[in-house]
Design a protein around this ligand. Structure first.
Ligand code: FDA
Length: 368
């Protein structure tokens, strides 16, 4: 007799939403998580009373009212609005590219002047078939914005010259001719009041969870416990890397507690010059309008991925896409395993998207 209906491998948003919905429908679930805590990449650690985003800054945003209502049914969200700044060689610019940025860059005061400036720069370059990321970006925003706010930042992120990066990485570069520093265009955004752990705890309430357990260590034994497996780990690992390894970009986070109540006055400041080795500094308290005496900041350094650090961003180039297709074909033929989430689907998912995708999997599983 099988003890559980579902063994859920991974306690990130995909696994947690699936477990919650299955449990609600009377199914018995066991969640196993290889890290020492639940929540996957949205997990926060409390330091000096501040919720520190351990795996990079997480700002919830969506246009989908159903998803917004869904998360708000577990935890209330605050009114945090992401309005990052860029520091280029010591000078600050507002992001995303908007009238404030154009004023800071050229002194232009009207949308008409700003448009003229950008159009002139694009025309001067005369690129009609962008061959790489550099040409693509130049053809969209012109030289000044590209050089101060895109080029060196992107090269740090990818560890390669922009001329060697494919054009498809940048599809659009929205420029806004209003004085509006709100980074996201979505209707809803915010941070859970009390942090993301609260959301995860609510989702997993009443469900058996084991942390510090790697599925692959005793795979057979775990598989024999449940009728079905929901797998949210790396799909190539699930198949023993038989079709080759999927590649990622990684990050290194360097956090420090400072004896200051406000270090940079904003949650996110990007460093877009090549002289600064990190790409941004996060000051976590500002996500929740914190009034603590101290502050915690995190410098984010892009890194090559290896088997020792975290796989963060999938590299969706031709080679990796082909490898993934081979794994996906095998996954499609499994009848007792559901693959979901950023690692099993080898794609970058925002939180609202991964929740949406888990709810689709739930619907398919329980409503046919
Ligand atoms: P997630 O990785 O969270 O969970 C998978 C879990 O499975 C992990 O906990 C892992 O340890 C576990 N696992 C893997 N293999 C296992 C095994 N063999 N045995 C047991 N457990 C195993 N989104 C957004 O909307 N706004 C934002 O601002 C950001 N910011 C952001 C910054 C950075 C740096 C990154 C990398 C990502 C974001 N995101 C984001 C995206 C967000 O992190 C993402 O959508 C979700 O965390 C994905 O949830 P998953 O459940 O898919 O994976």
């Amino acid at each position: 007799e099988l003890k559980y209906d579902y063994l859920i491998v991974g306690s990130g948003l995909f696994g947690s939403v699936f477990a919650h919905e299955a449990n609600k429908r009377g199914k018995k679930c066991l969640v196993i998580e290889k890290r020492e805590h639940l929540g996957g990449n949205v997990h926060c650690e409390n330091i000096e009373g501040i919720n520190v985003h351990k795996y990079g800054a997480h700002i919830f945003h969506t246009n989908d009212k159903q998803i917004w209502d869904y998360v708000n049914s577990f935890v209330e969200f605050n009114r945090f609005t992401n309005s990052p700044l860029a520091n280029y060689k010591g000078k600050l610019y507002n992001l995303p590219f908007n009238m404030n940025t154009f004023y800071q860059m050229w002194g232009v005061k009207t949308p008409e002047e700003a448009k003229k400036k950008i159009e002139e720069q694009i025309k001067e370059l005369d690129i009609d078939n962008p061959k790489n990321l550099e040409e693509q970006a130049l053809s969209l925003v012109g030289r000044d914005i590209y050089e101060a706010l895109i080029k060196e930042y992107t090269e740090k992120q990818w560890g390669r010259p922009a001329t060697e990066l494919p054009a498809f990485i940048i599809k659009r570069l929205p420029v806004r001719f209003t004085f509006d520093n709100n980074y996201f265009k979505d209707k809803y955004q915010g941070i859970p009041i009390g942090g993301y752990n609260k959301l995860i705890d609510k989702l997993l309430a009443g469900i058996e969870c084991k942390v510090g357990v790697d599925f692959f260590k005793e795979r057979g034994a775990w598989e024999r416990l449940a009728k079905k497996v929901v797998f949210t780990g790396k799909i190539d690992e699930y198949y023993g890397f038989e079709h080759g390894r999927l590649e990622y970009r990684s990050l290194r986070f360097e956090s420090s507690v400072l004896n200051s109540d406000n270090f940079q006055g904003n949650a996110v400041i990007n460093y877009t010059d090549k002289e600064t080795p990190y790409t941004r500094i996060i000051e976590h308290k500002h996500f929740e309008f914190g009034k603590q005496d101290k502050t915690v900041i995190t410098k984010e350094y892009p890194q090559e991925w290896n088997s020792l650090n975290e796989p963060y961003y999938p590299i969706n180039d031709d080679k990796n896409s082909k490898t993934f297709t081979a794994y996906r074909k095998r996954a499609e033929s499994e009848s007792n395993v559901i693959f979901g989430g950023r690692l099993a689907e080898y794609r970058y998912y925002d939180m609202h998207q991964v929740i949406g995708s888990a709810l689709v999997a739930v619907k398919k599983e329980f409503d046919g």
